[in-house]
Design a binder for this molecule. Structure first.
Ligand code: ADP
Ligand code: MG
Length: 240
């Protein structure tokens, strides 16, 4: 589903991705961990073509990421993204937030968009909030709406960038539960998170990034139980 080959990305003189190689198979759940500033968000943004890479190649479902605007939009339809901040439209209800993109981008009818949105709200456990505005929801509920909104485009891949980092601790579980359901349904997922419980339980593979490079990767067991990479050991000692 995703092939990343020798990818480099700089911001001015600062090289943020220093030759990344990374593949994700269909249905795989890959968790990316690593210290702040190591390039995790930049990597996800490159996958979604929110950043243009300086070198290397990225293939999404065997198609090379291009710089042609029309193709970029087409590819993005295959990829849903959920950020730390929920970015819901404040002046739209929960239902309208979810209906917007399928109607605008995929040109599906209002009726169909509404049915789809209701189905997705049910999936994230928020059917009763359909007419509510985002400001009246908790952070956890807003993030679940954000997930439903991303799913409304029926993506083949979901990218999550620290989806629970902005939440009060007691709200983290409800968002992780939705993500676990998705993973169990076979969604291909790349998740940047500090939730090591989620990584242990759900990840097929854990990738450790440090200073723009992938320094270690393997099953959760390999990465957490017996880290032989010194930087990884140091990182795990800090967060566990
Ligand atoms: P992480 O998500 O692992 O914390 P990021 O990918 O956000 O790391 O950032 C990696 C480095 O790139 C940081 O030093 C950050 O300051 C820098 N960076 C990220 N985005 C930009 C940008 N748009 N312009 C300049 N520097 C950036
Ligand atoms: Mg980040």
């Amino acid at each position: 589903m995703i092939k990343v080959k020798d990818v480099r990305k700089s911001f001015g003189k600062l090289e943020v991705l220093k030759g990344i190689n990374f593949n994700v198979a269909s249905g795989e759940v890959v968790v990316i961990i690593g210290p702040s500033g190591s390039g995790k968000s930049t990597l996800l943004r490159c996958l979604n073509n929110l950043e243009v890479i300086n070198d290397g190649k990225i293939f999404i479902m065997d198609q090379m990421i291009s710089t042609k605007q029309k193709e970029i939009y087409k590819m993005r339809e295959n990829i849903g993204m959920v950020f730390q901040r929920f970015n819901l439209f404040p002046h739209k209800t929960v239902l309208e937030n979810i209906m917007e993109a399928p109607m605008l981008v995929k040109k599906i009818s209002k009726n169909n968009a509404e049915n789809l949105a209701l189905q997705l709200l049910k999936k994230v456990g928020l059917e009763d909030k359909r007419s509510v505005y985002p400001s009246h929801l908790s952070g956890g509920q807003q993030q679940r709406v954000a997930i439903a909104r991303a799913l409304a485009m029926q993506p083949k891949i979901m990218l999550f960038d620290e989806p629970t980092s902005a939440l009060d601790p007691e709200l983290v579980g409800e968002v992780l539960a939705v993500m676990k359901d998705l993973a169990k349904e076979g969604m291909t997922m790349v998740v940047v998170t500090h939730e090591m419980g989620f990584a242990r339980e759900m990840a097929d593979r854990v990738v450790f990034m440090d200073d723009g490079k992938i320094l270690a990767e393997g099953s959760p067991k390999e990465v957490f139980s017996n880290p032989d990479q010194p930087r990884l050991r140091e990182f795990l000692n800090k967060i566990l």
